[in-house]
Design a protein around this ligand. Structure first.
Ligand code: GLU
Length: 495
């Protein structure tokens, strides 16, 4: 083996790309990029009953979205293919026979019933349940006779007695387990097909994987896999086990059944900017120091290190995702924001495809006005409803502004002024300058106008700048909304 860095992401396509899986892919990718290595995608699709083409597609497209396109994989090909386990069956058969030939595995004739009884007995005695090695020392001639007679059997690894398996993990340091605590695991099924731990070893070896970077839930598999590497006389790769990601409340493993946030698709659908998401994902379990949060992709590549990945699991910090993505969005150009929010408004039927000239004008102002507040693009649906759905429902607090003594009169006067002012609502900053001058002339603090005006235009007490809101709506709509707010304010005063 050369000392080239070759890492792999090895998902099982069973439905969706787990956010923890996406992080595993990202850490592998960062490591490969930093070391000038190769990032391999291997599809672990041997479970025909659970694997679907749609799930494979979800993984491919999810990685593309994050910019983690593999150097070698089912779609890219490469010198170590095929890269889907379902297409590597002949290789597995070959190496299974090899294991049998060298005597590293032995046939086990225990029936399901026999194993269930063993288990029940161990449970009743309060012992840990495990295979007891009952066929390990079966006379080879007897074993051959039973196989030749067609008796059903599996092949189990002859786990060495009284040895210590040691793994010098890049993140956790040395971890070890005594072989007396590892049962003789089944490597080859009755039908000759090898099982998971075996095929992973074959693939990692043949694909010349130098570092296996994967979730900590695989640590017990790692010990078994190391034994299989040794049985075949092969060098083991380096290992790095990543801490688990817990649910957003910090209790329990993150699972899609309980947490929709477990699926990468959710983030894509919500419209988080992919660069911000990658930055955040890198921070779930790794940090440079205790203050640097926002880093570009190149900075992440340069700074990432396995040694500084946390050892303990952490809850999914969704609040941090929002602020990191908000930070990215604030640095985007307005055109980019506009392109990001437009599909969500079109989906709602608020904006035509293509937008009308007036809608395009509104979109531009809206993008500018919302940029500061945006954390993900679909947020616009909630934040911009006031524009497209009108203010039939005025929030309680906003209503308070409208029914204050003098508020309807003030709005009415302002509306009259707008009618005489050429700037009107065409341009937010001109409108603001004029409003200030008007307020000053009337010896009135501009603040007095702002609350009722915002309430009138948006039905809310918070949102983008009031004059931006007016610019988005345009003259006619501003006048119409002020008029109906005046009426609503008066009606509330007299009720
Ligand atoms: N296919 C395994 C999984 O999806 C990963 C195996 C590995 O990384 O070795 O959990």
């Amino acid at each position: 083996m050369t000392d080239a860095v070759r890492v792999r992401f090895a998902p099982s396509p069973t439905g969706y790309l787990h956010i923890g899986g996406a992080r595993t892919a990202l850490y592998n990718w960062l490591y490969a990029r930093q070391k000038g290595g190769t990032f391999v995608l291997r599809m672990e699709d041997t479970d025909a009953a659970r694997n679907t083409d749609a799930a494979r597609e979800t993984i491919f497209r999810g990685l593309d979205w994050l910019g983690l396109t593999p150097d070698e994989g089912p779609e890219q090909g490469g010198p170590f293919g095929p890269y889907s386990q379902s297409e590597r069956q002949d290789l597995y058969r070959h190496w299974a026979n090899q294991l049998i030939e060298i005597g590293a595995v032995y046939p086990c004739f225990a029936t399901k019933k026999e194993l269930a009884e063993l288990r029940a007995k161990q449970e009743a005695a309060g012992e840990s349940t495990r295979y007891d090695g009952r066929y390990r020392d079966l006379d080879p001639a007897e074993a051959k006779r039973r196989i030749d007679a067609g008796e059903e059997h599996t092949w189990r690894l002859r786990v060495p007695e009284d040895e210590t398996v040691e793994v010098d993990d890049e993140i956790r340091g040395v971890v070890r387990v005594e072989t007396k605590d590892i049962e003789d695991i089944i490597l080859i099924r009755g039908n000759g097909m090898p099982i998971y731990n075996f095929v992973v070893v074959i693939d990692d070896h043949l694909m010349e994987i130098s570092h296996v970077i994967r979730g900590e839930d695989h640590l017990t598999n790692t010990f078994k896999q190391v034994l299989i590497f040794k049985a075949l006389g092969w060098d083991t790769p380096r290992y790095a086990h990543l801490p688990l990601i817990l649910g957003p409340t910090g209790s329990g493993k993150l699972s899609k059944r309980k947490h929709p946030e477990a699926a990468l698709e959710l983030y894509q659908q919500k419209g988080y900017p992919e660069a911000g998401l990658v930055n955040w994902l890198a921070s779930v379990g790794w940090s440079l120091d205790d203050k640097t949060e926002v880093m570009t992709r190149d900075e992440l590549i340069e700074r990432f290190s396995l040694a500084s990945v946390n050892r303990s699991g952490a809850r999914l910090p969704l609040d941090k995702l929002d602020w990191i993505c908000g930070d990215y969005l604030r640095r985007f150009g307005v055109a980019e924001i506009e392109a990001g929010i437009r599909p969500y408004l079109q989906q709602k039927g608020w904006v035509a495809e293509p937008p009308t000239a007036e809608q395009s004008r509104q979109l531009r102002v809206l993008a500018r006005a919302q940029q500061e507040r945006l954390r993900f693009y679909s947020q616009i649906v909630e934040d911009a409803a006031w524009i497209y759905e009108g203010v039939a429902k005025i929030e309680g607090k906003a209503m308070k502004n409208l029914k204050k003594a003098g508020a309807p009169e003030l709005l009415e006067e302002y509306l009259e002024f707008l009618g005489t002012s050429a700037a009107c609502a065409v341009d937010a900053s001109a409108m603001e300058t004029r409003a200030k001058a008007w307020a000053e002339q009337r010896e009135l603090g501009i603040g007095k106008l702002m609350g009722p005006l915002r309430s009138a235009l948006t039905g809310k007490t918070q949102g983008p700048g009031v004059f931006d809101c007016a610019e988005i709506l345009g003259n006619a709509e501003v006048a119409a909304r002020i008029k109906s707010a005046v009426a609503a304010g008066r009606a509330a005063q007299s009720s």
